[in-house]
Design a protein around this ligand. Structure first.
Ligand code: UD1
Length: 363
């Protein structure tokens, strides 16, 4: 069987690696398509190098733009390619615009589509990712969930039970495979940091960085927290552009970091403050306390079975929660099934699904 695997943005690359490997081990021919949503060396190239991802077989060069422009660019380039490749299944990951675009093209072309990381819901439709998740899930025949809450969301929205598979978390597959290598790197020493001696910040959600009042409040909170615990802040390009010269004392801005440095920085941190989805999960697996600077999370397992607290973006609430977490760090816990084997489970289900397409997947 032939699987087309689509990756477009930073977090997709981390998730694609274990699935590509497991599909190949399970007898699939795999074709890797890079949509080009992320294209800089720091946002794309370094992930391919560090993750040992093979060169994409096809690069769609979609680039940046408004949501409609970017989504349409991916769709327009992917449609003729998919027709040529005529695979048994298209695999998409996560919730970025590339995910939605390729799921939609596959569904309309009558090609089986599979969604890895299906069923996550924040309940907040002002997030572009929430729209992408909902629509992608309704287009895909195979829905791979990381957590029981995601399974419930899918069934509540009417997904056929046989299409829903609780397989665990492929981002954790990659994390467990690469953690030791990340920890052996000189990342902290090169930045003059010592383990447990700093906090890590990442922000890139439009609601946090594109809204000047929200960003000001968050920067104020970071400045207060930094009087107790110095902070390092590797910034996504959109964030770096917005923060400009308004950084408080004690907060150090870095450029975007690669995968292994990101894991090393998280593992060594005393606290993580983030609006990223993936970092909520990675900090849980690494046992590092995480505060999510959003009003909601689509990853409630990181709260109920991990180290995460969702604290919003109000300056006082964020500072109080951070000081409390520094004093009383939560115990490390890891959700069941986040065990490094999710890619293998996905490949098993897909092998069955393409061999017996009318029967749907096996649960
Ligand atoms: C995208 C995802 C988001 C994900 C994030 C991971 C969507 C809707 N959003 O957000 O869910 O968490 O990726 O990083 O798909 N840029 C560069 N270099 C690049 C790519 C982008 O400088 O290689 C800059 C451009 O100025 C661009 C901006 O970042 O306009 C936004 O990029 P885009 O892909 O539209 O969304 P992200 O904010 O990266």
């Amino acid at each position: 069987p032939h699987a087309v695997v689509v990756a477009g943005a930073r977090p997709n690359f981390v998730k694609a690696k274990p699935v590509l490997d497991a599909l190949a081990a399970g007898g699939f021919r795999t074709t890797l398509v890079h949509t080009g949503q992320h294209y800089d060396e720091a946002m794309s190239g370094v992930f391919f190098a560090e993750l040992d991802l093979r060169r994409p077989d096809h690069h769609l060069a979609a680039g940046s733009g408004s949501h409609a422009v970017q989504t349409a660019a991916v769709m327009t380039a992917f449609e003729p390619l998919l027709e040529r490749l005529a695979p048994d299944v298209v695999v998409v990951f996560g919730d970025v615009n590339s995910t939605l675009a390729c799921a939609l093209v596959a569904a309309k072309a009558g090609v089986r589509a599979a969604h890895v990381e299906a069923g996550l819901r924040s309940g907040d439709r002002s997030m572009p990712e929430e729209i992408n998740r909902i629509v992608a899930d309704h287009l895909c025949a195979d829905l791979f969930a990381t957590s029981p809450d995601a399974v419930e969301n899918l069934l509540r929205e009417g997904a056929a039970p046989r299409s829903v598979h609780l397989v665990g978390n492929v981002m954790v597959d990659t994390l467990l495979a690469r953690r030791d290598e990340a920890l052996a790197r000189p990342t902290l020493a090169e930045l003059g940091l010592r383990p447990g001696g700093y906090g890590l910040v990442t922000l890139h959600r439009p609601a946090n960085v594109d809204d000047a009042a929200a960003l000001d409040g968050l920067l104020g909170a970071l400045g207060e927290i930094a009087t107790r615990c110095p902070l390092v802040f590797p910034a996504h390009p959109r964030t770096a552009a917005r923060v400009g010269g308004r950084l408080p004392a004690g907060v150090r801005l870095l450029g975007p970091v690669g995968y292994l440095d990101s894991v090393a920085l998280q593992a060594g941190a005393r606290i993580v403050l983030t609006d990223s989805g993936g970092i909520q999960e990675e900090s849980t697996v690494l046992g590092v306390p995480c505060l999510t600077l959003r009003e909601s999370t689509e990853r409630p397992l990181t709260v109920t079975e991990g180290t995460n607290r969702v604290v919003g973006r109000d300056r006082r609430v964020v500072v109080t929660a951070a000081l409390d977490t520094l004093e009383h760090p939560p115990p490390p816990r890891r959700p069941a099934l986040w065990d490094g084997q999710a890619g293998r489970r996905i490949a098993q289900v897909l092998a069955q699904a393409v061999a017996h397409p009318s029967a749907g997947g096996v649960s």
